[in-house]
Design a protein around this ligand. Structure first.
Ligand SMILES: Cc1cc2nc3c(=O)[nH]c(=O)nc-3n(C[C@H](O)[C@H](O)[C@H](O)COP(=O)(O)O)c2cc1C
Length: 362
């Protein structure tokens, strides 16, 4: 019997199988609200059989967008466009989730296909903030902007923005919330010593560097209904000498679990130009680290990275490396990946796709 196609429940939310779409920025928002592009991008994967659809990195404040095309949930006008998409996703039998975050010193960039470099303030960009006042790219070429080091008051305001966005996410009908703590964006940049050189209680040892993430999780948890799952995406390794390691993340995960985090989404890299990016040829090694974290921190995990075929995904779940597999580029290639995987594994596909298709397909 397929483990990949066995339902899975966290609190009051049941996933029809263990397959999710990983969050993917689409750089296609207008006024930072979702639109028809997002409807089809997210909706088609729900039709295609995925159980969990995680919407892209969604900014808690305007200055937290990676690019001007990124989505946000910092005002109430952004709620209904997302809610419309979520109603559709639920109608298809899938669970809508959203990843909320702030891009920190990597914000204010051009879209990837426009070069991805920082935009000047008078050319569509905006001033950026971070745990410390150092630029991502020290050669002054790509992400060259110097962030303003956040004060204690700035930190409190930022945590409030996460809380307000979490409330809007609930109003928009997202059943699961994921806090973006990876890829060198704000929360990860507080956690990693490669970026955070603060000398106050938000910098220094592991516990101090974890403080920003943990306080943010506490504040968000307080406004989340107890019966809905909360996830955090971590960069499970910085992949760089002197950066955070899987051991640091096992400790972080234990602290997150104490605070009511239900599942950890195991990504990697992104803190510095040397730290291997979140996508790339070595991404697959994250899957093994998801397994290690699951065992040693005794928490549910989502594994992501170079998951391309059904038997591989089945093995990740059945070997206990993860509770859910997330696919990004593979689902970009094939919105119906989950349906195809069910057919390949000999699973009754009808339980995983809408009746309009399931009635006809074996
Ligand atoms: C176009 C694109 C956009 C992405 N946007 C996000 C994002 O918004 N948030 C995030 O945490 N990861 C993002 N990622 C990383 C993916 O979620 C995923 O972790 C990574 O691509 C590895 O999975 P894959 O090998 O299945 O592509 C993005 C990846 C791609 C290709």
């Amino acid at each position: 019997m397929s483990q990949l196609f066995t339902p899975y429940t966290i609190k009051d939310v049941t996933f029809r199988n263990r397959i999710g779409m990983s969050p993917m920025c689409q750089y296609s928002a207008i006024d930072s609200a979702m639109n028809d592009w997002h409807q089809v991008h997210l909706g088609s994967r729900a039709m295609g059989g995925a159980a969990l659809i995680i919407a892209e990195a969604t900014a808690v404040r305007a200055d937290g967008r990676i690019t001007p095309g990124c989505t946000g949930l910092w005002n109430d006008d952004q709620i209904e466009p997302a809610a419309k998409i979520n109603r559709f996703i639920v109608d298809q039998g899938a669970v809508p989730a959203v990843q909320i975050g702030h891009a920190g010193r990597k914000a204010s960039a051009a879209r990837p296909w426009d070069g991805g470099a920082h935009l000047k303030d008078n050319d569509g960009g905006w001033p950026i903030v971070g745990p410390s006042g150092t630029a991502f790219d020290t050669d002054g070429i790509r992400l060259w902007k110097t962030p303003t080091q956040m004060s204690i008051a700035d930190i409190a305001q930022m945590q409030n923005a996460f809380v307000d966005t979490a409330k809007r996410a609930l109003a928009a009908g997202y059943k699961m919330l994921e806090i973006h703590g990876a890829h060198g964006y704000l929360l990860h940049s507080f956690f990693t010593p490669l970026v955070n050189t603060r000398e106050d209680e938000y910098g220094g040892d592991l516990r101090n560097r974890a403080r920003m993430m943990l306080e943010t999780v506490d504040a968000v948890r307080a406004v989340r209904p107890e019966n809905l799952p909360l996830a955090v995406r971590l960069s499970v390794s910085d992949w760089t000498e002197g950066g955070i390691t899987i051991e640091d993340n096992i400790q972080m995960t234990k602290w997150l679990k104490e605070r009511g985090v239900d599942i950890v989404d195991c990504s990697g890299g992104g803190a510095t130009p040397d730290a291997r990016a979140s996508i790339g040829s070595r991404t697959a090694s994250q899957v093994a680290l998801a397994g290690q974290l699951r065992t040693e921190a005794n928490i549910a995990t989502m594994a992501v990275g170079e998951i391309t075929d059904a038997k591989q995904a089945e093995e990740i779940i059945s070997s206990g490396q993860a509770d859910i597999v997330l696919l990004a580029r593979t689902m970009m290639r094939d919105p119906y990946w989950a349906m195809h995987a069910a057919i390949e594994l000999g699973v009754d596909v009808k339980a995983h796709i809408p009746t309009q298709y399931g009635f006809y397909i074996k």
